[in-house]
Design a protein around this ligand. Sequence first.
Ligand SMILES: Cc1ncc(COP(=O)(O)O)c(C=O)c1O
Length: 391
Amino acid sequence: MADVTRTPEPFPAEVRAEFRHRPDVVFLNHGSFGSVPRCVQAAQDAWRERLEADPIELIGRRITPLLGEVKRELAAFLGGPPEALGFVTNATEGVNAVLRSLPLQPGDELLCTDHVYNAVLQAMRHRAAETGAKVVVVPVTVPAAGHDRMLAQMLAGVTPRTRLAVIDHVTSVTGMRFPLEAMAKALPSTVTLLADGAHAPGGMPLDLQAIGAPFYAANLHKWVMAPRGSAFLRVGPAERAGIHPCVISRNLGQGFEPEFDWQGTRDFSAWLAVPAALGFLRQLGFERVLRHNHALACWAHRLLVEGLGVEPVSPLDGCCLTSMATVQVPEPLRRFGSVEALQADLRAVDGIEVPVMAWNDRWWFRVSAAVHNLPEHYERLLQAMQRRLRG
Ligand SMILES: Cc1ncc(COP(=O)(O)O)c(C=O)c1O
């Protein structure tokens, strides 16, 4: 467990120089859209050059083996076989592919928690409206008391009609790691688990084979720091035959891998640059990256909670955190009128980019801890909040 009283050793300046953030902005929102290091951008640019130089050869004849090589590297990183992986452009697309593929009957229940990402909830509602199924949103209370209670609360929503459980591995607004492994084991065999791992790869230790969720949709453009548009859907062996991508194209009926490999002409460079992002993580030392980001998130969590005198959303020991931490906005700051207004004020006055979000009748802000962040970034945010609290 991280020592929440100490800041980790920052990454050296040459590593932080790989990121091109504006020098006048304190960037505390790696979690939303990631941040692409120069070396990974260069690898994507090189792929674009190659594709441009020889499109028929590389796209027309060789795209399947090229994507296959990427899948092999990615599978070694994530755990499990490469043939379980289908490339998508973002986690939302992966979730939609599963929702659209599963046969649903009127009265079937689709379960999620009240921490669910809103885009995912919309996709669930849309599919439910099409099929007569029902979305059941089960509350998982905060402050979270730890994983055992969270698991019990999620399972309380399961009924004999539950067909699918969509569980976030790491939640968006509340920035918490959910007990996905335990959920995968505890669910009855009549319920299919779709894990939303948008924030998980590169953000926490992960072995998808060990988790064993039949469906796992995730982004590589957040914490793996691959180019935007690189994401995957991992599907278990028993489910692969029934799952189709959102874009039905010429390989329909040829199986999971051919269908996902070809969804029409696309810019393949983001997926092809994934090995460069994995190489960057290896070069930094992946264990070190995880340790650094988690320790920084835990330290910042405590700094901000104590400095603002608010109740923490999860235990201060960091047991529910990965590389992000969410903190309640003190009530007096609701005088800004909207979360957007407070977020814009932090950016305009203090040059701080941090997401402020409304959830469950309260306001929250979420800090990310990435290899380009420094402890002083969170201290500046605390000072900016405290100044606003003074009036
Ligand atoms: C928990 C969660 N799920 C899904 C998504 C969707 O990711 P994307 O917009 O890349 O599809 C996000 C985005 O931040 C998220 O936080």
